[in-house]
Design a protein around this ligand. Structure first.
Ligand code: 9D3
Length: 258
């Protein structure tokens, strides 16, 4: 059982995870639990205020340390009472370490994860110094707050819990090389808008199909994500398939979707 606690001004946003798809099924089956904490419930005043103007001036508002500290500590003590020995506390922020699959897998190893999702211009730096183990970003683009980042992290961790994906999915995942793009997929009808499904996929020759798919996956990675290809150590068969792809398709395939 994984335990996620998220400190957020918008707890209902997290319902998207518990109401839909794989994450909903995983939660219902007891693979993880998710609790949201609203810092407004920890504000000492009648207005339930949690933000104030930045010292030094400038635009916007900053989240105050104390309501956040109280919410984060409540989240951590809940985890402790559930038997989680140590849980990492992360602050979702554009200044954080960029998320990738290796970082997801690292976060997935811990039993408990407490996440602080900020709003406005950010949170008081002293709260970060006192309560946060690590700052995490989900990429170099601007979001309106940390909630979607928390949800991205939960979704990506839940998919790594053994038993969450169906057997067919995990088999496919294992049989394919990590760090490579997917091969193209086709379904009925056999001809759509004058475009036929590649003949090899109708051949029933499973070995040929596997070769074709690996070749397509390598070719796409070479064309679209040379940064990923550089990190791969291709074996002899893969190197040969990529050479074949280059010879077959050379400069013709467009890199975009259309
Ligand atoms: C970097 C932009 N900042 C310049 C003044 C303002 C600002 C923009 C967006 C401050 C906070 C935010 C809210 N973003 C997040 O909470 C966030 C985030 C993101 O924006 N991009 C990638 N990952 C993350 S994780 C949390």
């Amino acid at each position: 059982m994984k335990r996620f606690d998220v400190v957020t001004l918008f707890p209902e946003m997290l319902n998207a995870l518990t109401e839909y798809g794989i994450t909903r099924r995983a939660r219902d089956s007891g693979f993880f639990e998710l609790v949201a904490w609203n810092p407004r419930d920890f504000s000492g005043n009648a207005y339930r205020s949690v933000d104030d103007r930045p010292y030094g001036g400038g635009p916007g508002m900053v989240m105050m340390a104390d309501p956040l500290a109280k919410a984060v500590r409540a989240a951590r003590s809940r985890q402790k009472s559930c038997g989680v020995a140590r849980s990492r506390t992360v602050y979702l922020s554009p200044q954080g370490k960029p998320l990738d699959q290796a970082f997801v897998d690292e976060l997935a190893r811990d039993e408990g994860l407490v996440m602080l999702a900020g709003r406005y211009e950010g949170v008081d730096e002293r709260l970060i110094e006192l309560e946060i183990d690590e700052e995490v970003s989900i990429g170099d683009y601007v979001l309106s707050g940390g909630e979607l980042a928390a949800m991205v992290i939960i979704d990506s961790i839940v998919r790594r819990i053994p038993g969450v994906l169906n057997d067919a999915c995990s088999a496919t995942q294992e049989s394919f090389v990590d760090g490579i793009l997917d091969y193209p997929q086709y379904t009925r009808p056999e001809v759509y808008a004058d475009r036929a499904v590649p003949q090899v996929l109708l051949s029933g020759n499973h070995a040929e199909i596997q070769r074709w798919r690996l070749k397509q996956a390598l070719g796409r990675t070479w064309r679209r994500r040379p940064d990923l290809l550089e990190k791969l150590k291709l074996d002899a068969e893969q190197a040969e398939l990529l050479e074949e792809y280059r010879a077959d398709y050379g400069e013709t395939e467009k890199t975009g979707v259309k």
